[in-house]
Write a protein that binds this ligand. Sequence first.
Ligand SMILES: NC(=O)c1ccc[n+]([C@@H]2O[C@H](COP(=O)([O-])OP(=O)(O)OC[C@H]3O[C@@H](n4cnc5c(N)ncnc54)[C@H](OP(=O)(O)O)[C@@H]3O)[C@@H](O)[C@H]2O)c1
Length: 290
Amino acid sequence: MRILLTGKNGQLGRCFLDVASSEHEIYDFGSDQLNISDPSQVAERIAQVKPDIIVNAAAYTAVDKAEEESERAYAVNELGVKYLAEQAVLLDIPVIHVSTDYVFDGKAVMPYLPSDQTNPRGVYGASKLAGEKALAVVTTKYIVLRTAWVFSEYGNNFVKSMIRLAKERDSLNVVADQYGCPTYAGDLAVAIKELCEQYQSQNELPWGIYHYCGDTPASWHGFARTIFALAKERGVIDNIPKLSAISSDQYPTPAKRPEYSVLNLESLHKLGVQKSQWIDSLNQVLIRLM
Ligand SMILES: NC(=O)c1ccc[n+]([C@@H]2O[C@H](COP(=O)([O-])OP(=O)(O)OC[C@H]3O[C@@H](n4cnc5c(N)ncnc54)[C@H](OP(=O)(O)O)[C@@H]3O)[C@@H](O)[C@H]2O)c1
């Protein structure tokens, strides 16, 4: 199967190459080879490759910086998605796209369903929501997987920051009043690969928006506690720093984050992909980081 992958150097892009490149013909592009905010480059590359499916792992993901770089965030997260979708329509192929839990305001008390009211609190979430909408305006052949709190052995992420800080410091303060679902990029990559293969065999997918994230919610503080316990067990760190729970008010950031962005995964069974068991996956990532 000919898969065009954008954002090949990101966490998801790299994990997707790890899980799919031995079985599929992947045409993978970094932002220097395919800038999705450039419509002529998008048209040219897609016309050259003539893929069977597009996997969009490219995104502007700097949540805080987006507050002052709104135009750049929208150029990638909204317009880039629209340009990919327009070319997909010309070839009559699907787009598998990834969005975020930050499309929600976090005021819920129950895990969010894909159909729940969105209301992003910051520019990043708003630009990702605009991308979801742009995709749906241009094509019906799409799957959006909203994911959350992504970690992996690649790039910068919370797991790698916590490991680094544990080696540098004796004590740490971590926010304990924001809840979400940590997700291993490799599990998301496997789910996307399986969707590509389902499309290859059936020429059809249950199009629409789904949630894909780790199966057990946590606060950032709880996530850090789990990382430290497993990292110590695996010998990745020698000592666990003293971990203090703080509130979001005590750790102000330019972008406001949702307090509760736990995603409901019930509709996932329709897609026929496995949930991400993030604690098992975290163990595997820690082994790779040793
Ligand atoms: N990370 C999270 O915690 C998180 C949470 C929820 C949802 N998500 C979503 O999950 C998906 C994957 O995230 P990730 O963690 O893998 O992101 P990531 O590691 O930040 O990777 C994003 C990639 O997109 C590329 N990119 C940026 N602008 C581009 C452009 N104009 N054209 C082409 N490529 C461009 C970047 O390439 P360069 O570095 O070369 O610029 C980067 O390699 C994204 O849709 C993201 O919004 C992530």
